[in-house]
Design a protein around this ligand. Structure first.
Ligand code: PXP
Length: 248
């Protein structure tokens, strides 16, 4: 069985678009609340929740993580960058796992995989610190053999393969198979290196048909498409409720 980790970062992005500096709004008065959506995801069958606390705190706030943890039913996979203050923060929040991701100020969301080869020293130190604390670490990397081998070399027990290129290729039939093959090779290599292989980025309700062929993938981490579908499917109710409240 392939597991589903739900990423709620985009919920926080939507909240921040209106209520950036008002801590009074956490979980009390405004929607959408990432912690509440995480609990709803668990009720709906999510196997785990992913939150990314970015260095610039542009979406998920530390308070969101802590509020979610108070009534957590599954497990928290916390994404952070390799910056030492973020590693310290992740250690203090004690998630069930950590995924190390690259951060770039200009990107709207995480765009590329982490370059372990150019960051071997820092990545190894981070993995050691998390291992000492009993927290398994994952490296969010492109399905590139050198990155997979470097991840195994620094002692990371897990990797998360970046499925962004596959997701983009899905709508061009000539490229679909090629990208799926790259992912399949990455998955097989990861498993043969003894790594647990997760995957994610850009998986949606169409391309999941292809993604699920990667049967050795342990867990898919999915955010944007689930958040998007919830908006489309919940919009009629939201408009009707507001219309009603205006007039009663
Ligand atoms: N995995 C990682 C490491 C991510 O940073 C993200 C969000 O960018 C995802 C998975 C989920 O991607 P998406 O929101 O496109 O489903």
């Amino acid at each position: 069985m392939i597991l589903l980790g739900v990423n709620v970062d985009h919920i926080a992005t939507l909240r921040q678009a209106r209520y950036r500096d008002e801590s009074i709004t956490f979980g009390k008065f405004v929607e959408p609340d990432p912690a509440r959506v995480a609990w709803l995801s668990e009720e709906a069958g999510a196997d785990g929740i992913t939150m990314h606390v970015r260095e610039d705190r542009r979406h998920v706030q530390v308070e969101d993580v802590q509020r979610y943890q108070e009534k957590m039913k599954t497990r928290l996979n916390l994404e952070v960058s390799l910056a030492s203050e973020m590693v310290e923060l992740a250690l203090s929040l004690r998630p069930e796992s950590v995924c190390l991701v690259p951060e770039n100020r200009k990107e709207v969301t995480t765009e590329g995989g982490l370059d372990i080869l150019s960051n071997m020293g820092r990545a190894r130190e981070a993995v050691e610190a998390f291992t000492d604390a009993g927290i398994p670490t994952s490296m969010f990397i492109d399905p590139n053999p050198k990155q997979l081998e470097a991840s195994a070399q620094i002692g990371s027990p897990w990797v998360e393969l970046h499925t962004g290129s596959f997701a983009r290729a899905w709508y061009h039939e000539s490229e679909r198979e090629k990208e799926l093959m790259i992912l399949r090779k990455g998955m097989d290599l990861g498993v043969s290196l003894g790594l647990r292989v997760n995957a994610g980025h850009g998986i949606n309700y169409d391309n999941v048909e292809g993604a699920k062929q990667l049967q050795k993938v342990y867990e898919f981490n999915i955010g944007h498409s689930i958040v998007s579908r919830s908006i489309t499917h919940g919009f009629k109710e939201a408009v009707a409720t507001m219309r009603h409240r205006l007039n009663h």
